[in-house]
Design a protein around this ligand. Structure first.
Ligand code: GLN
Length: 488
């Protein structure tokens, strides 16, 4: 089945003319027709447009064009602007908004030849860990449709796991790529802050947000990172660091690399099966020649609290633009103030409102110094913990999540429990470093994927991916398919 292939496998078949981009795209569309009624990873997709892009790719291939993603169907999270496609951010507030332009990351995918199709479900404005906060219904985990796929990029992870796209894009503000990747059994990479331009990514928390790939293997993550990285004059926080050849770095040789094991990550709520899988992965790394070093990240305990101050403060400012005047939904009222109130009241869901209220509070005069300013200081302490650790280790290894996928509804009434499911992923965003989640096992009954997280130095994606790839290639976890995908 063509839809089950990785980017590198499909690219080889396209280049040798064994298959066409139209056949590959059709295979993804057929899979969507077959399984998405159960999974609900997609909010929408345009079949005619996807096939037209595929035909253009086939034409380019037959005229000898060579591009890294030529003819590869890639679907994107509903928070990224794709010209002439809907852009809703999993929210009602944008109404029938159609994006008039491409995000820089999308522009780069298209320039590399990708077929960019489909809008993937997400927690509203990327606020959540389960996709239950989508205004358009929950996405189901392909491994067990009574369970959540993680979030906020739940649609992106589920679509890859269910082979509805060859790869997808997500965004990660506090774990939203890595956590759903872990819970759906795929690879998810959050690049260093500044590695990929955020232009055309609808902002949640601007100092934390990053775009990244969700893929079937590490090589594909490296390919997409290489295509999307680089400085962009339209995003002043993108960094003019050279973009290395990430794929060439995947040489399997990790002898002598040092992996840090933080003592603070052995928390009470860590599921024994998750712990066992991560312990086994650490042993595997030793076998492969890596050196394991115990490290300490002493300010870890403060990460979740710090994040929920910084992220909500930034969100309250960013989401002020949805006022019913400039674009999206409008609820008419007698005066502008009432129009704002009615529009925002009707357009935003409960979690988004909770965050706006919290963020407005921590920024308000009298509380700003006690909350926001203090959180910024703690954020620096958290970053310094990592920079200090990286003086002695090349990367840090942790579980991605404390448990495997939970049941739909299990945590939706308890925001604090939901926030705690990101306990291992949040520090990475506060520190601005890079991180990846990759499959490292399954729970027994029910059989659910477990994710291993590797955290790397700022702009250390090369080493991070090399480490991830070496482990992946010495195990078979990434080759397992959920029961929904038809065999062979
Ligand atoms: N789950 C976290 C939150 O709700 C992280 C979300 C994200 O990374 N976008 O904010």
């Amino acid at each position: 089945m063509l839809n089950q292939l990785t980017i590198s496998e499909l690219a080889a078949k396209l280049a040798s003319r064994e298959v066409s981009a139209r056949e590959a795209t059709q295979a993804c569309l057929d899979q969507i027709a077959r399984v998405d009624g159960k999974i609900h990873a997609f909010l929408s997709h345009n079949t005619v447009d996807a096939l037209a892009q595929a035909d253009a790719a086939d034409k380019a291939i037959s005229s000898g064009a060579k591009k890294p993603l030529l003819g590869i169907p890639i679907a994107v999270k509903d928070v990224l602007a794709v010209k002439n496609q809907p852009l809703n951010c999993g929210s009602k507030i944008l109404g029938n908004f159609i994006s008039p332009y491409d995000a820089t990351a999308i522009e780069k995918l298209k320039a590399a030849g990708a077929i960019v199709f489909g809008r993937l479900n997400m927690d509203e404005f990327a606020m959540g860990s389960s996709t239950e906060n989508s205004a358009f219904g929950v996405t189901k985990n392909p491994w067990d449709i009574t369970r959540i796929p993680g979030g906020s990029s739940g649609g992106s992870a589920a679509a890859v796991a269910a082979d509805e796209a060859i790869a997808t894009l997500g965004t990660d503000t506090g774990g939203s790529i890595r956590q759903p990747a872990a819970l759906c059994g795929v690879v998810g990479l959050k690049p260093t802050y500044g590695r990929i331009s955020r232009y055309g990514l609808v902002a949640f928390a601007s100092s934390l947000d990053q775009i990244g790939p969700l893929t079937k293997d590490v090589r594909d993550a490296a390919t997409l990172l290489g295509v999307m990285s680089g400085v962009d004059p339209r995003d002043s926080t993108s960094v003019p660091q050279p973009v290395p050849d990430y794929v060439a770095a995947l040489d399997g040789n990790i002898k002598g690399l040092k992996l840090g094991l933080p003592s603070e990550y052995l928390i009470g709520g860590l599921d024994p099966e998750v712990k066992a899988a991560v312990d086994a992965a650490v042993k595997q790394y030793e076998k492969l020649g890596a050196e394991i070093v115990e490290i300490s990240l002493p300010h870890t305990d403060y990460a979740v609290a710090t994040y929920y101050i910084v992220a909500t403060a930034e969100a309250s400012a960013n989401l002020a633009r949805f006022d019913g005047i400039r674009y999206g939904l409008r609820v008419e009222a007698k005066d502008p103030t009432e129009l704002y109130r009615q529009t925002r009241g009707a357009g935003f869901g409960a979690e988004v409102k909770r965050r706006i209220i919290l963020g407005t509070y921590v920024l308000s005069s009298g509380y700003h110094d006690a909350y926001y300013l203090r959180a910024q200081k703690v954020r620096t302490l958290i970053r310094n913990d990592f920079l200090k650790a990286f003086e002695t280790v090349d990367a840090i290894v942790t579980p991605t999540t404390p448990t495997a996928a939970f049941k739909i509804g299990e945590k939706s009434d308890d925001p604090l429990q939901m926030y705690l499911s990101d306990i291992f992923t949040i520090s990475c965003n506060l520190a601005g470093i890079c991180g990846v989640s990759l499959p490292c096992g399954f729970t027994k009954s029910p059989k659910l994927p477990i994710g291993l997280q590797l955290l790397g130095k700022p702009f250390g994606e090369k080493t991070l991916l090399k480490l991830a790839h070496a482990y992946e290639q010495s195990t078979a976890w990434h080759q397992e398919k959920p029961p929904l995908a038809p065999a062979g």
